[in-house]
Design a protein around this ligand. Structure first.
Ligand SMILES: NC(=O)c1ccc[n+]([C@@H]2O[C@H](COP(=O)([O-])OP(=O)(O)OC[C@H]3O[C@@H](n4cnc5c(N)ncnc54)[C@H](OP(=O)(O)O)[C@@H]3O)[C@@H](O)[C@H]2O)c1
Length: 304
């Protein structure tokens, strides 16, 4: 059995599990049962967001999962996210005070008294973006969030925080897989101690978000693997999903696979029994195809 890291550093007192459970497109009707199943399967990190409209049911699922396994609150790592508002969609950006109120609302819906990682979901806050970040800094100082970060921020958004003299985020949650590797952003984040968290790791699968209503933006550019991942997965005796998730963890990225299926849930957690060799990692490093596809409405990191 190959040893691998089971968590990554976020700040002096907080580590994030290497494999977490994603809940985007998990409906409020399904979420409680799915989260309970995920915790029973071994997941110790649940990733949700106010924008997923499922926090209340996710909270129910966490309580049911803890009861079923005998675990305690501190054994589970919970991430949720501020919806920052988006002027381009006719929404007012949230002010600092509104950001704090949104955080309290998420806590109450989840039924928790602290969050392990609170993120600004996207850099849509416009002239309130720094006020939103300042609010997160204050909530971390108050002990309400153990770690704080951002999501879908590019280098210029992170530079804005640095230039304002504010503490840098503990993490930036971004789309990362062999077809979207963001090397310049990853290098900048490494320089400034910002941990990458990978979402939509499974984009290269031909079955990624194909069910009706799952707003995937799979394009021609992001749809043909040419069989390379199939061949590599066969070589290690694993599934393509396991290969793609292991690629993230081996690069030092926490990953967040979402699955409604208990067998696939277990499979996605089972990444410790193989290691992608240096030649295959080098080959995968050459496969970058650009910014990614997970946001059907366009690349959020390009937003003002
Ligand atoms: N911050 C952001 O802006 C942002 C954006 C996107 C996602 N996220 C977070 O990251 C999480 C993961 O990203 P995602 O939901 O976009 O996609 P993902 O986890 O990369 O892929 C999910 C898709 O792959 C399928 N799948 C899962 N495991 C599989 C396996 N072993 N074999 C074959 N197919 C498998 C799922 O279907 P089944 O359910 O049928 O198994 C679903 O269609 C989200 O749930 C969310 O928590 C954050």
């Amino acid at each position: 059995m190959t040893l691998m890291t089971d968590s990554f550093h976020l700040n002096a007192t907080t580590r994030i599990p290497a494999v977490g459970f994603g809940t985007y497109l998990v409906s409020p009707e399904d979420a409680a049962g799915v989260i309970e199943t995920a915790i029973k399967a071994g997941y110790r990190h649940i990733d949700t967001a106010s924008g997923y409209s499922n926090e209340e049911a996710v909270g129910e699922g966490i309580r049911a999962g803890l009861a079923a396994t005998g675990l305690r609150r501190e054994d589970i790592f919970v991430t949720t996210k501020l919806w920052p508002g988006n002027p381009a969609w006719g929404q007012e950006p949230k002010t600092g005070a509104e950001t704090k109120a949104e955080f309290e609302k998420s806590l109450s819906l989840l039924g928790l008294d602290y969050i392990d990682l609170y993120l600004i979901h996207a850099p849509y806050g416009g002239d309130q973006r720094l006020a939103q970040w300042q609010a997160l800094v204050e909530m971390q100082s108050a002990g309400k969030a153990r770690a704080i970060g951002v999501s879908n921020f590019n280098e210029s958004h992170l530079e804005e925080i640095r230039a304002a003299g504010l503490p840098m985020p503990d993490a930036n949650q971004i789309e990362l897989h062999p077809w979207s590797q963001k090397p310049a952003l990853i290098a900048y984040m490494a320089k400034h101690g910002i941990a990458p968290i990978a979402y939509s790791s499974l984009v290269p699968l031909s079955t990624w978000r194909v069910a009706p209503g799952q707003d995937s933006a799979t394009t021609e550019e992001m749809s043909a693997s040419g069989g390379i991942f199939t061949e590599m997965a066969a070589k290690y005796g694993v599934s393509e999903a396991q290969l793609l998730l292991r690629w993230g963890v081996q690069n030092g990225y926490a990953v967040l696979p979402k699955s409604m299926n208990p067998d696939r849930m277990r499979q996605n957690l089972d990444l410790a029994g193989f290691e992608i060799d240096a030649a295959d990692m080098a080959q995968m490093a050459t496969m970058d195809r650009g910014d990614g596809v997970a946001w059907a409405t366009g690349d959020p990191s390009k937003a003002a």
